[in-house]
Design a protein around this ligand. Structure first.
Ligand code: 3PG
Length: 308
């Protein structure tokens, strides 16, 4: 019987990406199953029950889903962050979990500047704003998205700094970006900070009052990473004190209503996470995921595996 590959996307890929994925899957002699815009967890539980592989985005693959997927051998998160997959449960159920690093990074990086210009031009309210040229930008975590942010920032004539706990200063500086020694130094130095950290036990709630307090006057925080990294109660307290500070995000915070009501002229969130929502990013990440699945099934290639 031919292998069945599920695309389970609450937030669907562009049609061109699905077409590209289908062509890879069918060329391998497999069958593609599509579950888009599902509204109930049960639909996902039913869909995973008889498939061999799955391609997902931010879709939650928790213990329930992974243990219902009796035939599943591989799940590929078409994207970078895999905090939506319970990795221990995947391992316990003999399922290989992968991501597709870098494939949607440019799309996310471009949105950082869409948000930045919108914020410094006072959300296009017609009043006099400011420019990015010559301003210090701090890139918090210098991975695939951070690198693309640095490349674009240089085009805007920004003074680019980065901090990454897993990279040496030399590795960052050889790309023409100034490395700082600590996260605190990044926040003390830069008027603009763009977050590119994953949501892990260490990073959750780490963007807190104390860290934000280090930011210079007229600071702007850009979040295209994960909402969980922000300490939501403390950012409200900080924004109450620091009336010069703006916060723009692509991931609607848990306290969005409160932020929108209190700081209408200094806070903005996209209605639905859209950093990676381009045809190009969907196609790159989706086709990479499909190729990784075929290579795993046919040749046992586990290069992008993220669980044990
Ligand atoms: C990622 O981790 O790749 C990005 O956050 C994009 O997520 P999405 O596929 O849910 O838009």
């Amino acid at each position: 019987m031919s292998k069945r590959v599920l695309i389970a996307t609450d937030k669907p890929f562009a049609a061109e990406a699905v077409k590209g994925i289908r062509s890879v899957i069918e060329k391998a002699g497999y069958e593609l199953v599509l579950l888009e815009k599902y509204t109930e967890k049960q639909q996902l539980l039913d869909a995973v029950a008889d498939v061999d592989a799955a391609i997902i985005r931010s879709d939650i693959f928790d213990k329930d889903v992974l243990s219902s997927a009796k035939q599943l051998k591989i799940v590929v998160r078409a994207g970078a962050g895999y905090d939506n997959i319970d990795l221990d449960a995947a391992t316990a159920n003999g399922i290989c979990a992968m991501n597709t690093p870098g494939q949607n990074a440019n799309a996310v990086a471009e949105l950082v500047f869409g948000l930045a210009v919108y914020a410094v031009r006072n959300f296009y309210n017609g009043t006099s704003g400011s420019e990015l040229l010559g301003k210090k930008l701090g890139i918090h975590a210098y991975g695939n998205v951070g690198r693309n942010v640095a490349r674009i920032a240089k085009g805007f004539g920004m003074d680019v700094y980065a901090f990454d706990p897993f990279l040496s200063a030399e590795a960052i500086e050889k790309e023409g970006v100034k490395a700082v020694k600590s996260v605190e130094e990044l926040y003390t130095t830069c008027q603009f900070v763009s977050l590119h950290i994953p949501a892990t036990a260490e990073t959750k709630n780490s963007i807190n009052f104390e860290l934000l307090s280090k930011l210079p006057k007229k600071a702007l925080l850009l979040n295209t990473a994960r909402k969980e990294v922000i300490n939501e109660a403390e950012i409200v307290k900080f924004m109450e004190e620091r009336t010069d500070f703006k916060y723009v995000t692509d991931i609607k915070p848990g306290n969005h209503e409160e932020l929108a009501a209190k700081f209408a002229d200094r806070y903005f969130s996209t209605p639905k996470k859209m950093g990676a929502q381009t045809g190009e990013a969907n196609t790159n990440a989706g086709i990479a995921a499909a190729n990784q699945i075929v290579d795993f099934i046919e040749n046992g290639n586990e290069r992008f595996r993220v669980n044990k």
